[in-house]
Design a protein. Structure first.
Length: 288
């Protein structure tokens, strides 16, 4: 069975792109599931899949995060990877789907877990906002704050792989990926016209997928009047080549196989001289 990919919210599970992409495991919080039930479900999952790679947002409640660590501690297992991600909700959702795609390939659980850090560099996650007055995830200038009070003003923002903020309708544009992507769009209380008619052509995306807006998006972006978007690599063959092109190491602490600069299971770092996080030459504009 493939390595299990788990999330902490059902709305972080996007529809699969093919028939081979497995579903994700939902790790509920203490407000909806008892500790005994959580331990029982994790035990069954480990028996069935061998390893679990759990992705959860940095904005998750403290109680829910403690539950994740409690389950791993009580079970005394090194087969659960807890990956805390400081990405917007839709960015986490598309990254989760990519790991679900990779989980059925011939990669070890350690490689799948550490691939999350690699692939996050290729997710362009942002939003169209009607206001940035409550946006605290990326730097916002006083000038932009002032413009937020002007009726009809809209802002385009990316939080990953680097923060950007522009006023829609001006001369500035958002820097996008230099490789072929698809664009996931989640509607809030705002029209997506600018995203579909300006951003998508400017980023030369190869297709648009409309998905449900994650419940945490409005809080993350500081407004419910938004359209969240994320450009991502959709093709499993490209993902496979990207991950395969990075040299594999053995974690000096837990012994599991990994790629990049940090073990996904125990978080032990690899010596800097041995790092090969980015795979040069794999992605090119217009590839599929």
């Amino acid at each position: 069975m493939p390595t299990a990919i788990a999330v902490t919210s059902a709305d972080l599970v996007l529809p699969p792109t093919d028939h081979q992409t497995p579903a994700a495991i939902l790790l509920q919080g203490p407000d909806t599931q008892s500790l005994d039930d959580a331990l029982a479900e994790m035990t069954v999952t480990l028996e069935r899949h061998g390893h679990v790679v759990a992705l959860y947002p940095a904005s998750i409640s403290a109680a829910h995060e403690r539950r994740l660590h409690t389950v791993r501690s009580v079970l005394e297992t090194d087969r659960i990877a807890l990956l805390k991600l400081d990405l917007p909700p839709l960015g986490i959702a598309v990254l989760t789907r990519q790991l679900r795609q990779l989980s059925v390939c011939d990669f070890s659980a350690g490689v799948v877990a550490s691939a999350a850090r690699l692939l996050s560099h290729y997710v362009y996650a942002g939003a169209l906002l009607n206001s940035v007055t409550k946006l605290d995830r990326i730097p916002v200038s006083l000038k932009s704050h002032a413009k937020s009070w002007m009726p009809g003003t809209q802002f385009a923002v990316t939080a990953n792989p680097e923060p950007q903020l522009i006023k829609v309708g001006g001369e500035e544009t958002l820097s996008g990926p230099e490789f072929s992507t698809q664009l996931a769009i989640a509607h809030g209380q705002l029209s997506a016209t600018w995203v579909t008619e300006t951003l998508a052509p400017g980023w030369q995306v190869q297709g648009i997928q409309e998905v449900e807006l994650p419940a945490g998006s409005s809080t993350w972006w500081g407004t419910s009047k938004l359209v969240e978007f994320a450009a991502f690599l959709p093709d499993i063959s490209v993902l496979y080549q990207l991950v395969s092109s990075v040299r594999r190491e053995q974690c000096h602490w837990c012994g599991i196989q990994l790629i990049g600069d940090r073990c996904g299971f125990c978080s032990a770092p690899v010596a800097p001289a041995e790092n090969q996080l980015h795979a040069a030459g794999v992605l090119n504009r217009g590839s599929t």
